[in-house]
Design a binder for this molecule. Structure first.
Ligand SMILES: Nc1ncnc2c1ncn2[C@@H]1O[C@H](COP(=O)(O)OP(=O)(O)OP(=O)(O)O)[C@@H](O)[C@H]1O
Ligand SMILES: [Mg+2]
Length: 445
């Protein structure tokens, strides 16, 4: 950890924020404790993150409950991201660790290392969170070995951390220190047999937490998520995809409502896989012209290949039934929305942001914009602007269409937050406001 990062953490100023303002943009008069500014350890805000029903309990926890929090729910429903997004909005630094069978207590508190030829103690995530008033986020806590969990009892009760290896250093918990854990099971062991490696938690351990159950977001929220991230997917298609995901979830739970599909299947649709399905459907859209159905092609790659042969056949049968209403023309139309034509104004901005933020596909994303004086299909003399995010900086090129124009490199360290992609997004957004149009065919996202 660099001196800058330590100073950054040490200078954080706790402050009261308005809970309504922070989470929904409307003042509520309810004060919530957070920090005045963010730090290098504060998660980046995902503006597309939707706080839904299940987030409410976590907000209440953030509002002032001092007890540690244990969030459990099915895989990929948004447990980790919800805590991090709430933390991001309150400027909390988050120190994260993910449980595994061989996790040791030293992985949490830190260890001795050699720095400039001398022995020095490098703090681990728990020590940092306690010292600087951050959130210690323990993911997959139910896979953590019982002896490590037992070592946490004192901390969970509010005791200071004693680091014997660092000359018995005592770290008293900062008043803003918080402990949150996520898991697939409620700590009572895995009844479903699906979460390998999870362990029944010691009762004394689980007894120390406030519990919060999280499920998949409701259908409207998931449709909104797909719409936001993949503006080129037709609305109707997004709803059917979510409906399909919910059917698969029911099959998994043995509660299928669809026709003769009464079997239980061994895999389920997480929100994570659903978003991947949306992404791949957009990416494989060009296959529609070769007579391949992008939705089912993407389904295999997002989920179905993970299933047994029998389940996969069932998933395809269900897809055929549910997606038959979407004509080939519908699917092909996706291409023209995101494809070779122009996107302008807010649509262009949404499309560009979703690609830049959520789909880091190519190593050097490039945005191509142009402005034509007149209608987009009358190619009169106009201007073009290209920004390419390279590791060394943002390469800009601009000028008259049909010429090479001029170019300039903005070094990475001069980019917004030192982030070249962010700089590209800001500059391109400004150009779009100035009337430039986004040309998907010439952009590389
Ligand atoms: N409400 C939401 N808004 C936006 N994105 C979401 C939402 N819920 C989940 N996601 C997305 O779904 C993905 C999975 O979320 P996350 O990693 O938080 O799940 P998890 O429950 O912690 O999963 P696991 O059980 O595997 O640890 C992330 O990419 C996240 O951004
Ligand atoms: Mg997680």
């Amino acid at each position: 950890m660099s001196t800058n990062q330590v100073n950054d953490l040490a200078s954080l100023q706790p402050t009261d924020l308005d809970a309504g303002q922070v989470f929904s943009g409307k003042p509520s008069g309810t004060a919530i404790r957070g920090y005045a500014t963010s730090s290098a350890y504060t998660p980046a805000i995902d503006p597309g993150y939707v706080f839904h029903e299940s987030s409410r309990d976590m907000v209440v926890w953030f509002l002032g409950l001092r007890e540690p929090l244990y969030v459990f729910g099915p895989c990929g429903c948004g447990k980790t991201s919800c805590i991090k997004q709430l933390a991001a909005r309150l400027n909390y630094p988050v120190f994260e660790v993910t449980g595994h069978g061989r996790l040791e207590f030293a992985d949490l508190i830190g260890h001795l290392t050699v720095r400039n030829g001398n022995m020095a103690f490098e703090y681990g995530p728990l020590a940092l969170a306690m010292r600087y008033g951050g959130i210690f986020l323990a993911n997959e806590i139910d896979i953590t070995p019982p002896e490590v969990a037992a070592g946490l009892h004192g901390i969970l009760d509010g005791s200071p951390l004693c680091i014997a290896e660092n000359g018995g250093e005592l770290i008293a918990p900062h008043p803003m220190f918080r402990f949150a854990a996520t898991a697939n099971t409620n700590g009572g062991g895995d009844e479903s047999g699906l979460y390998q490696g999870t362990q029944r938690q010691n009762l004394a351990f689980s007894d120390r937490f406030m519990l919060c159950e999280m499920g998949y977001p409701d259908a409207n929220t998931e449709i909104m998520l797909l719409n936001q991230r993949f503006p080129s997917l037709p609305d109707k298609l997004c709803s059917t995809m979510v409906e399909y995901a919910n059917e698969v979830r029911k099959l998994f739970m043995g509660e299928a409502s669809t026709g003769n599909l009464t079997n239980t299947i061994e895999i389920t649709f997480s929100t994570r896989s659903l978003l991947r399905w949306g992404d791949l459907t957009v990416r494989f859209q060009p296959l529609a012209h070769q007579g391949i159905q992008p939705v089912t092609y993407a389904l295999d790659r997002a989920l179905a290949y993970r299933a047994s042969r029998e389940t996969r056949a069932m998933l395809h049968e269900l897809a055929q039934r549910m997606f038959s209403q979407h004509t080939e023309a519908d699917i092909k139309a996706m291409g023209s929305e995101s494809g070779e034509e122009f996107l302008q104004g807010d649509t262009a901005l949404r499309f560009m942001k979703s690609r830049l933020r959520y789909v880091p596909t190519v190593p050097q994303p490039r945005v191509y914009l142009q402005v034509d004086y007149g209608l987009p299909d009358q190619t009169q003399s106009g201007k073009f602007w290209t920004g390419e995010a390279r590791p060394e900086g943002l390469m800009l090129q601009w000028g008259k269409q049909g010429t090479a124009g001029q170019q300039k490199l903005i070094p990475a360290e001069q980019c917004e937050s030192g982030n070249v992609v962010l700089e590209l997004e800001c500059r391109a957004a400004k150009k779009l406001k100035d009337g430039y149009a986004f040309v998907p065919g010439k952009s590389l996202l």
